[in-house]
Design a protein. Structure first.
Length: 323
């Protein structure tokens, strides 16, 4: 058999190389048909690039600023800027209300070890008056406005205020303050003639010379739920000071609050259902303290009871998976 001098079969790679080479040659042939200026590198110009640079600026200047559409959008801009500025002012006032309310709560916790509880209550009343002055500024900001449009800005401050007021009210009367009593304290009268001339809204002001701000039921419930944590701390601190009767009293009160929240369950707002778990933990800690006092109260010295309760509280938190 005679072998051929040349191989006539090409592989696929060979055909691919030939095809690429032929395309390269055709591209070079096309390139030689253009001049140097026409074949410069770069992107192709867009249609509006041929216009002068100041053309679009001139079009902007030629817009009639007094047209109906432009004037409408300027009015919208002014309204939105005013609303955003008011929202930011309300957020700052709510932050101030929260800070002053927390200071009042810290002051009231000293009543378990203070020699004169009346002085603590009087000082707390002064602090709450400062908080109410801040709430008065909130009421003045909301004159003529729908409060629920700005509710998210002021809700944290109102909840903290309800917590402080209810804590003080419980120390005085051993009962829970009602939402009507809270709202009654938030009616403010004008202090000078200038304030009397200001208009008042129907929903926030009962008379033309006064302002008022109503706490919503949700804010009231959330504030009461936070109160249970403060009562639990008061229970532990009172036991450390040798007060044996207060934990049992707090246990009954917290159990009544928990029963009331249990009736709401998952039918209420989402925030209330979240607070229910924390309320249950506070009640469990107080009941555990009462159990220890009832069963082992005679075995443990009074100055060691607070340490025993704190240890049991850590065990409960670990079993429940709390941080």
């Amino acid at each position: 058999m005679i072998k051929p001098l040349f191989k006539t079969s090409f592989s696929n790679e060979g055909f691919r190389l030939i095809l690429v080479f032929s395309l390269f040659l055709s591209r070079m042939a096309d390139r030689s048909s253009f001049t140097g200026d026409e074949f410069k590198g770069g992107f192709r110009k867009r249609k509006h690039d041929n216009f002068p640079h100041g053309h679009r600026r001139e079009e902007k200047d030629n817009i009639n600023s007094f047209s109906t559409v432009i004037m409408s959008f300027k009015a919208f801009q002014l309204e939105l800027d005013t609303r955003h500025d008011k929202y930011e002012r309300l957020v700052k006032l709510s932050r101030d209300i929260t800070i002053e309310s927390k200071r009042t709560i810290f002051l009231l916790h000293r009543i378990t070890s203070a020699p004169s509880p009346e002085e603590i209550l009087m000082e707390s009343e002064v602090k709450l008056d400062i908080v109410r002055q801040k709430i008065k500024q909130v009421a003045q900001e909301l004159v003529g406005e729908d409060m629920y449009q700005f509710h998210r800005a002021i809700s944290p401050g109102l909840q903290e205020y309800v917590e402080a007021v209810s804590f003080q009210y419980f120390i005085k009367t051993r009962t829970l303050i009602s939402i009507e009593e809270v709202n009654k304290q938030l009616i403010f009268a004008a202090e000078d003639k200038e304030e009397e001339t200001k208009p008042a809204s129907d929903c926030l002001s009962t008379q033309s010379h006064s302002w008022s701000l109503k706490v919503t039921p949700v804010d009231y419930l959330l504030g009461v739920a936070d109160l249970t944590g403060e009562l639990m701390r008061m229970c532990i601190s009172s036991v450390g000071n040798g007060d044996i009767d207060t934990p049992f009293e707090l246990s009954q009160f917290l159990r009544q609050i928990y029963d009331g929240f249990s009736y709401i369950g998952n039918t209420g707002p989402y925030e209330v259902s979240k607070k229910l778990y924390t309320l249950k933990q506070s009640l469990a800690k107080v009941e555990n303290a009462c159990y220890t006092l009832k069963v082992r109260g005679s075995e443990i010295p009074k100055h060691m009871l607070a340490d025993v309760f704190s240890t049991k509280t850590d065990i409960i938190e670990q079993e429940d998976g709390l941080p």
